[in-house]
Design a protein around this ligand. Structure first.
Ligand code: GLC
Ligand code: CA
Length: 535
């Protein structure tokens, strides 16, 4: 049984916003907080009751805000602290929660702490970062190249697990821990209801074993952040990089006072060999991961995070669905497979209109620091075309193009005369909210009905999960059961199928192609949910 606190969080439905790309209110081509405020009713209408904002703090934007220069101030392009206060108020008055992105592993090299630290070895900030006379190991930056950078001013090397401008904080220093606690408390006092915690498992280093992350003091540090009385009410989701169930328990078991939940990235394997290399795949692989983690979460009373896309992970429908001829069917089928499961749903901006992956024909069009680093280091034997194909496939820009609100030149994200910070999505003229709503096959309306069903029936939030289909079946059937009530969910994969069930159901409450009966012949990617009559 989930504890009461986790059961409550399981009723949250979280909409993730990439502020730079969501909505531009002042016409400078960059999304902003006023833009977000102007679209809150879209999010509420969809059925979400919480918003997670990617970082919106002062930053030189080497990694679009994940390089923070001041944790207590708003990025100039996004607005002011008054705008943030207004956003918090606008959310709370709609009964919605705010989740901010906390980046505890590193700061921008523009942060005051780093500017002080690099001045010398005997000021109060000297030990806020990792400094070495000689490069101590062969750690690589996740964005390419060495993780060690020489700093002329201090005459030493510092650690950057990500971009050169993202210096890793030294958590061994108690002053750093205190700074982060104060930042959590500062935002909680302002009304923030929770945090998504960036690369949480990197904050404790493992110099002995040579692993950059999952170090010996990790859990002590997480408890220092969130195990305190001041933070006990907060929802926290960690970005982890472990697929080990044991780690999930250590991070999230309720009595440990660490995190409410963790993003598990196991199913990101679906449809790709690695981040930049596709592989032919079926919805069956997604089903298998989901079934596995429903089991692990239930066995250990853990709150699981339900997601397919985010600002780092290009669209699942383009990896394992058919995002051309059967885009509506793929988008809605995958949504039903994922969002009627047990856990807390996260929906990334654009998913609700079935936004597929984008593409471009020149490396000069990319912004993502990760894909540019990977591109530079690609095998020299690859042709320019092959390299571009990989970058198009894996680039985080896929999920960072301006949100497509309508079919105008800049998709209603900003005025048509303005040049948005990143080019409009390659398929924005075809796939956008206005076109979706005008269609009789609206992904948005399906998502809205799906989330409404989830919110109306406690069986979907609190009920037990049971898989009914067999592992070899080319479809997914499961039930969710609470007390005397049970629901069946049927999601077909790529081929037509005749699907029979071992129980009787009412006619479907929701389906993507308007089914009258839960049993019978299913079209590719067809799905339906119905209440059981007897079981
Ligand atoms: C996380 C973020 C990603 C960022 C990185 C460094 O993985 O999700 O966007 O680039 O951390 O902060
Ligand atoms: Ca703007």
């Amino acid at each position: 049984m989930l504890c009461d606190k986790y059961r409550e969080f399981g009723k949250w439905i979280i909409y993730q916003i990439y502020p730079r790309s969501f909505m531009d209110a002042n016409g400078d081509g960059i999304g902003d907080l006023q833009g977000i405020i102007s679209r809150l009713d879209h999010i509420r209408e969809l059925g979400c009751n919480a918003v997670w904002l990617c970082p919106c703090f002062k930053s030189p934007n080497e990694d679009n805000g994940y390089d923070i220069a001041d944790y207590r101030d708003i990025m100039d392009e996004f607005g002011t602290m008054e705008d943030m206060d207004e956003l918090i108020e606008a959310l709370h008055s709609r009964g919605m929660k705010l989740i901010l992105d906390l980046v505890p592993n590193h700061t921008s090299t523009d942060h005051r702490w780093f500017r002080e630290s690099r001045k010398g070895r005997d000021n109060p900030y000297s030990d806020y970062y990792y400094w070495y006379d000689e490069i101590p190991n062969d750690w690589k930056s996740c964005f390419g190249g060495s993780a060690w950078q020489y700093d002329e001013q201090r005459g030493q090397y510092y650690l950057h697990s990500f971009a050169v401008g993202q210096a890793d904080l030294n958590w061994e220093n108690p002053a750093v821990v205190k700074e982060m606690q104060d930042i959590v408390d500062f935002w909680a006092a302002k009304g923030c209801d929770g945090f998504r915690v960036d690369v949480i498992d990197c904050i404790s280093k493992n110099f002995e074993t040579g692993e950059n992350g999952l170090g010996p003091r990790l859990h002590e540090y997480i408890r220092a952040l969130f195990g305190r009385r001041e933070a006990a009410h907060l929802f926290t989701v960690g970005e982890g990089h472990t697929n080990d169930p044991e780690d999930f328990v250590l991070h999230c078991a309720a009595e440990r006072g660490e995190l409410s939940t963790l993003f598990i990235f196991d199913h990101m394997e679906c449809g790709r060999k690695d981040k930049f290399t596709p592989k032919a795949d079926s919805l069956a692989s997604l089903r298998d991961y989901l079934v596995k983690w429903q089991g692990i979460s239930a066995d250990n009373d853990l709150l699981y995070s339900l997601f397919t896309d985010n600002h780092d992970q290009p669209q699942m429908i383009s990896r394992i669905g058919n995002d051309r001829g059967l885009r509506y069917e793929s988008a809605t089928d995958i949504a039903m497979m994922v969002y009627l499961l047990k856990g807390v749903p996260f929906i990334y901006q654009g998913q609700e209109i079935g936004m597929p992956a984008s593409y471009t024909s020149s490396i000069a069009d990319f912004d993502d620091v990760e894909c540019l680093g990977v591109y530079r280091e690609m095998d020299k034997s690859l042709s320019e075309e092959e390299k571009l194909e990989k970058v198009n496939f894996g680039s985080r820009d896929n999920v960072r193009h301006p949100m497509a609100w309508d079919g105008s030149a800049n998709n209603g994200f900003t005025g048509d005369a303005v040049k948005p910070w990143l080019a409009p999505h390659a398929r924005g003229a075809e796939v956008n909210l206005a076109a979706d709503l005008a269609s009789d096959r609206s992904v948005f309306r399906f998502y809205r009905d799906l989330l409404a069903l989830r919110s109306a029936e406690d069986a979907f939030t609190d009920g037990d999960f049971e898989v009914i289909s067999k592992p070899e079946d080319p479809y997914f059937v499961f039930t969710r059961t609470l007390g005397g009530e049970s629901w069946a969910v049927v999601c077909n994969f790529e081929e037509d199928q005749e699907i029979r069930l071992p129980f009787e159901c009412e006619s479907p409450r929701l389906s993507n192609l308007g089914r009258g009966e839960i049993e019978g012949k299913y079209m590719p990617y067809e799905c339906a949910a119905a209440k059981l009559i007897s079981f």
